[in-house]
Design a binder for this molecule. Structure first.
Ligand code: HEM
Ligand code: HEM
Length: 276
């Protein structure tokens, strides 16, 4: 991998920011707020920030960069797809439970539903994320989808995935700010009590985590080597002939160096694996 040191630095910084965010959100609800319970009260509401930060933000972020980890490049693409899809599914389950917690709390306390921008964008993100999951499974895990569809849909999949991830972080920042304004009475948010400072730092950590994940996920040189080759061939104006594609694919790792330039079937399988 090109710039392995930079990659590891970005990865360590992202995981550190993610882990510290999780510690912060637990400390917020357990030390500054009412703790965690499933009783229809404020302790039930607290599952909402905990599950959105740990699941919808942290797990989703890790799911997005999982293909980029160099030590997974020995694994088959299919195995990596299951890991990517599985982590995204887990993130979705966390998000759904987080939604149930806040709706249940609102209904129990007679607070109106869906009045804020936070709730509009938040629920939209959860629904679109569910759609992205279904389309992802339909396109890339079910073997009947034609390869041409898979390849055509990939830029949209990547774009919508990154857009959703970014939006979820923006939604969390709105939620955090709302909660601080609603929750801090004496002293108020504007008086900067320790809880306000602490939770503002949580917001900064979430932005840092999001920025680092986006950075890692958008470096072409940090893609799985096979995907990089395709990317460079693709962005070379499409003028590459088949022999160049063949020789590029023949350099791929994962124990396939044995396949010679004449083995057209293996080559075409390899090509299928890369665009899928
Ligand atoms: C309410 C989604 C993160 C604080 C809501 C509601 C939704 C939602 C759909 C409306 C519930 C209802 O109307 O009954 C999300 C999503 C998040 C997220 C998708 C993903 C990041 C957070 C975080 C906090 C938070 C991290 C911080 C405490 C709140 C508050 C409410 C709320 C205070 C009640 C006020 C309102 O409806 O705006 N959230 N939320 N949210 N959320 Fe979040
Ligand atoms: C790649 C997001 C679900 C299959 C990506 C990428 C993102 C993303 C951002 C680009 C990663 C990179 O360039 O390294 C998401 C989100 C999902 C989701 C947010 C859930 C809501 C799925 C599912 C599948 C899938 C269920 C089914 C297997 C793929 C494949 C790639 C990919 C094959 C290409 C990886 C590569 O560059 O080789 N996804 N994805 N995704 N995703 Fe998903």
């Amino acid at each position: 991998m090109e710039n392995l040191k930079h990659f590891l630095l970005a990865l360590c910084a992202a995981t550190a920011a993610g882990f510290v965010s999780i510690i912060f959100v637990f400390r917020w609800v357990l030390y500054f707020k009412e703790g965690l319970a499933w009783d229809g009260g404020l302790a039930e509401f607290n599952w909402h920030p905990v599950l959105t930060v740990t699941g919808f933000i942290f797990l989703q972020g890790i799911a997005i960069i999982v293909y980029r980890l160099p030590w997974t490049w020995q694994c088959s693409k299919l195995m990596m797809k299951f890991i990517h899809a599985g982590l995204n599914l887990l993130a979705f389950v966390f998000a759904v439970i987080a939604m149930v917690a806040v709706f249940d709390f609102h209904n129990g306390a007679n607070i109106p539903n869906m009045y804020s921008l936070h709730s509009w964008l938040g629920l939209t993100a959860v629904i679109l994320y569910g759609l992205q999951l279904v389309l992802g499974v339909g396109m890339y895990l079910i073997p009947v989808t034609p390869v041409s569809w898979r390849a055509a849909f990939m830029p949209l999949h990547v774009y919508s995935g990154l857009l959703l991830f970014t939006s979820v972080i923006a939604v969390a920042l709105m939620g955090i700010t709302e909660k601080l304004i609603f929750g801090l009475k004496d002293p108020k948010y504007k008086d900067s009590p320790p809880e306000a400072i602490f939770v503002n730092v949580l917001g900064v950590l979430l932005v840092l985590f999001g920025g680092l994940i986006l950075w890692i996920a958008t470096r072409t040189s940090w893609k799985r080597p096979s995907d990089q080759i395709l990317h460079s061939l693709h962005t070379n104006g499409g003028g590459e002939d088949n022999s160049k594609v063949a020789s590029a694919l023949a350099q791929l790792p994962d124990g396939s160096d044995a396949y010679g330039a004449g083995d057209a079937r293996k080559r075409s399988n390899k090509f299928d694996e890369q665009v899928n």
